[in-house]
Design a protein around this ligand. Sequence first.
Ligand SMILES: Nc1ncnc2c1ncn2[C@@H]1O[C@H](COP(=O)(O)OP(=O)(O)OP(=O)(O)O)[C@@H](O)[C@H]1O
Ligand SMILES: [Mg+2]
Length: 535
Amino acid sequence: MITVNEVTKGFGSRTLFDNVSVKFSPGYRYGLTGPNGAGKSTFMKILTGEVEPTNNGTVGRPARVGVLKQDQFAYDNERIVDTVVMGNEVLWNAFKEREELCQLTELSEAQMLRLGDLESIIADENGYTAEFEAGEILRGIGIPDDQHENLMSTLATDYKFRVLLAQALFAGPQALLLDEPTNHLDLESIHWLEEFLCDYEGVLIVISHDRHFLNSVCTHIADIDYDTIIVYPGNYDDMVEHKMQARQSIEADNREKAKKIAQLQEFVSRFAAGQRSSQVQSRKKEIARLAPQELKKSNIQRPYIRFEQEKPLGREILRVEGLTKGFDDKVLFKDFRLDVYRSDKIAIIGSNGVGKTTLLRCLIGEMEPDKGSIKWGDNASWSYYPQDYHQDIPNGTTAYDWLMQYMTDEGHQFVRSVLGRMLFSGDEAQKATEALSGGEAARLLMARMMMQKNPILVFDEPTNHLDLEAVNALGEGLSVFPGTVFVVSHDRDLISDVATRILSFTPEGLVDFSGTYPEYLETHRFKEYSRISRR
Ligand SMILES: Nc1ncnc2c1ncn2[C@@H]1O[C@H](COP(=O)(O)OP(=O)(O)OP(=O)(O)O)[C@@H](O)[C@H]1O
Ligand SMILES: [Mg+2]
């Protein structure tokens, strides 16, 4: 059980949540939701103890809490099995220290004693069977025995993720906390994760913006809104329904009260002058009692995403011929041909590691193909949204100053207005870049794309980190954009809204399909099809 007692947190003048008391019980699976910047990651860090509340609120947590690490590349130089064992920090540190001591040629007495202590720590933490247990978990998540000794760098991204999950599970945690685990996972891996989490018996708390995922995993939703956190029973859709009804009923109640107050008020003003003073007094009391319930403003906001193009291009945008690229002995695509026309909106889909990012980077000249030619039409220019956007927004500046570098002839007024549309108004625009939440950073990058006004937009997984409102707004912005769009995405809703053409990495090679995503699904009996209809 995790108990939160009267916890308040805010930054500067802004309150994220005020005086929150909630309990999270074992056997239940909680989705932690709220729009970008609501404070989900911050709340999770308060749960783990990494961040302190602003007041003296307290958190009670079990002895063993498993936390999913965000950075899939952090362990590239470690062996897979070691990465899992690191999940038990006490044990791992004892192993390391023992190793160092054992390498010394001579040991002092204190060091001898320490060695004895370390042995007993290792025994207490079941160190002698650690590798065996890590192996069991690895087998369970689909990594065969002969790979356990390999380095993490040999695994594809989604398998790295699985190992990090194994790491979080290794110490047998009574609570498991995951911050946006489905980012960077393809549909098949998400499905695997859903089933996996549904079997977990401790307290599960998971942050996600993926509605489908939350619906299939969660028994409860803890929603951050109205400066507090409310736990609703049921899945994500149930929560939205419940929240809407609760709000509507308060609004109806308030309307009713306002009507009564108006009637009473009329009586009071008519007779205030003298007679019937006791009746006037009692009506005044009634008015005070009826005071409508204050409705706090919801923190749900939708950005306004519109891309314009300064100079429209001719009809032919791009011609690709004989494009081939591979790494080592793995061919990603071979002899690929593609003609792209203005107003094509191309979604690039396929499972993790098939080469989607590589294809994009070859097209925009950030990477050399092995063979083939890529010819862009005259004056072609593009804006690129990279998968790892952190590299583009350095620490040590503010949202406003960062965007000012890209100011055009339209001046700083335009920078302000783009920031406003992307929900950085007033103080928010002066926010330090290192404090930006995942979704805020993503919105800032899109603000840059809105200012650049290029006729070609290239996105690599833009919806990771974005909340539902922002994903919808992006879908809208891209579908009305008159130029050309390339977008790599696993987000079914976005692809369905935007794509007029699908490039799909399939086991038979790269398929170019002219048509929308629903049309594509109909013609290609795809594994995920049954999955979508199941939901
Ligand atoms: N150290 C800090 N100083 C100032 N503001 C901060 C700091 N850390 C976070 N914030 C702000 O607090 C708010 C909540 O941040 P948090 O990362 O918890 O949001 P989130 O709900 O996880 O959002 P997302 O869905 O985008 O990941 C954001 O507006 C963020 O900019
Ligand atoms: Mg977050």
